[in-house]
Design a binder for this molecule. Structure first.
Ligand code: NAP
Length: 246
């Protein structure tokens, strides 16, 4: 089977590696092309938007795609909606590979909010110095804030940004000792994160808990109505079941 993986996540790279080693499949991974120096999956890679669901459906048909795994980030809402629509249009089966969100543990002081605007509105009641780890998109929601921000992202963010901000360019995985040291060094009062899930960036949650800091957790957008699996293993099994039924 020819499998299109919509990527940009660790799970997408892991799945590409598994399928690349399997003679039953050929695989092409698709990246948005937003990150300057992306971690590339093994195997064939295409980069850049498709130009909307109609164009993506044409791409699937034109490239003989037999199945699609949407392994994009849980907050990459547009591409997932686009992929669901394109796959239906092209008559290609699609599964969403979505890792589970994080769950609150004893000692956590979480405040769940629906979006970045709600996070920005809540922050003044929680502290003065903010560790903002929601990525470089959507930072305009914090631009009017008087608080101080440590903004961590992979590539430099574009304005508008908060007036009092320091940008830290970095990418995971992160460690508990590293995250705890960062929180202490910058005298952080409150952490803001998306509910991205997964182990690679979870250390900040442990560090905040350890220091007794509140954490604002932005809820995930609703996924499209398509079959969902939570792990790479389950995605491979889903693909195998498609191979068997062909
Ligand atoms: P988005 O808002 O859902 O997508 C915007 C547009 O970018 C899509 O309509 C599509 O363009 C293009 N696109 C996105 N992902 C693509 C892919 N894998 N292959 C080809 N085109 C893609 O997405 P986003 O939030 O900007 O995220 C972009 C990429 O970064 C995703 O691959 C995602 O997995 C990764 N990422 C996102 C986040 C996050 O928090 N949002 C965090 C980590 C990684 P067309 O309409 O032209 O096809």
């Amino acid at each position: 089977m020819k499998v299109l993986i919509l990527g940009g996540t660790g799970e997408a790279r892991e799945l590409a590696a598994v399928l690349h080693a399997d003679p039953h499949h050929t695989v092409v991974s698709s990246l948005a092309g937003r990150v300057r120096d992306p971690k590339l999956p093994v195997g064939e890679v295409r980069v850049g938007g498709f130009g909307g669901p109609e164009r993506m459906a044409e791409w699937m048909t034109g490239h003989g795609v037999d199945a699609v795994v949407d392994a994009t980030h849980p907050f990459a809402e547009r591409i997932s909606a686009s992929a669901a629509s394109a796959a239906a249009r092209a008559g290609v089966p699609l599964v969403l590979l979505r890792r589970p969100g994080w769950t609150e543990r004893p000692g956590d002081r979480w405040h769940r909010v629906p979006d970045l605007a709600a996070a920005a509105a809540l922050l003044p009641s929680l502290g003065e110095r903010v560790f903002l780890t929601t990525g470089r998109q959507g930072l305009a929601a914090f631009a009017e804030s008087d608080l101080w921000f440590l903004i961590r992202c992979v590539d430099p963010p574009e304005p508008p940004l908060p007036a009092r901000a320091q940008v830290l360019l970095d990418r995971g995985p992160y460690t508990l000792s590293g995250e705890s040291a960062l929180l202490r060094e910058h005298r952080i009062d409150v952490l803001v994160t998306k509910d991205s899930g997964g182990p690679l960036t979870a250390a900040k949650l442990d560090a905040a808990r350890g220091l007794g800091l509140p954490t604002v957790v932005v809820d995930r957008p609703s996924p499209p109505e398509v079959p969902v699996v939570a792990t790479v293993v389950a995605a491979v099994e889903w693909l195998s079941s498609r191979t068997r039924s062909r």
